[in-house]
Design a binder for this molecule. Sequence first.
Ligand code: LLP
Length: 435
Amino acid sequence: MIADLSLFPLTAEVNSRGHLAIGGCDATELAAEFATPLYVFDELSLRSKCAEFKTEFAKLYPDTMVIYAAKAFINTALARLFNEERVGLDVVSAGELYIAREAGFPLDKVYFHGNNKSAEELKLALEWEVGRVVVDNLYELEMLDRLAGEWGVKPNILLRLSPGVDPHTHKYIATGVIDSKFGFPMTGAGEAVARAASVANLNLIGLHFHIGSLIPEVGPYELAIERVLDLSAGMKKKHGFELKELDIGGGFAVQYTRDAPAPPVATYAQAITARIVSKCRELGLAPPRLIIEPGRAMVGQAGVALYRVGVIKEIPGVRCYVSVDGGMGDNIRPALYGAKYEAVVANKMNEKDAGEVAIAGKFCESGDILVKDVNLPRLTAGDIIAIPVSGAYCLPMASNYNASLRPAVVMVKDGKGRLIQRRETFADLTRCHLT
Ligand code: LLP
């Protein structure tokens, strides 16, 4: 039997022991050495995704800059890797900015987002000289103008627009619709551009939109590009506004399950760049620099979560619950969005499936089910469950619910596993408590 590893990192294989291996490391050995739950990242997959995004866009539209959306998962080791790959960063808080700085990331390649940035965050952005502040609303525009004046600088900014486009994704992660907390709605966008272009202490160089996440089609991007370029052309005529940068956000989908394929990066690249080129030609605009902000698609498939099986509860005629040592504390996505995952048994890769089970977490909620129905070989306590496509939005949304310890993270390459984030300890749990 040949296991289907298409959802796993590029280096995934079944080794001679019939075990899942990633980056040349046997998953069961990683689990034994670093304990579970464990998040394993494949260095080769991460680097090749950076290269794929850069090449697929740049070959069609040379003036493209890829910036990784740090919210999908960042730590200092990852920030260093992205810098080595010459990828910028999208941050959405002073905390993410701090991590980038601690990693020695060049902050001029950082775009600072957020719908409610505080004065402290904006001051930090000015003091640390981040590349761009992506201004979300009028309140922020006025505040940043004032702070920049006080600090004696003139930062480069983009304005975030909400182009009123339905991205056909889960409603919690649709951001560019009219009824959204993010960005200037198109109805008021003209005035916002005029205002931003006229304030004394800010340098408006472009426009941004991010219409949502896990967007399965290119149509919503094309529509949003048209709307924003139409607006830019109008603003050029009226106020002489030059669109130097167009930031189309992230949202590129990844495949989580065998039955839900996602478009390859090349498909997004072709549609997005073609529409920018044709629309700019139609409107007589100079093609702007293109910024893309992939998060999920950069790290999703590179990450695998490993759990150890504990209790197995068979309810005859109803369901078999297989409980593992993690769950909603390290991956809230199934509980929050109804997200679907596949799973394999890392130490039984060549064994035949024995029936359907539910992979349950160990947290005190009935909704703590990682995978509802998955066909797996016969399981016993101690087996290692591997869930693919766990690289994005699991660890950064992890919590200490039930005073659990957030997992360790290992980077694998050429048969070696390197700890890039240690598991929390009991002492971490009480670190901030005062008596
Ligand atoms: N740029 C901006 C301004 C964003 O708000 C986001 C994501 C991205 C880029 C990256 O989007 P991506 O390429 O990763 O789709 N927690 C949710 C996803 C929330 C996405 C929020 N914004 C989940 O687990 O599905």
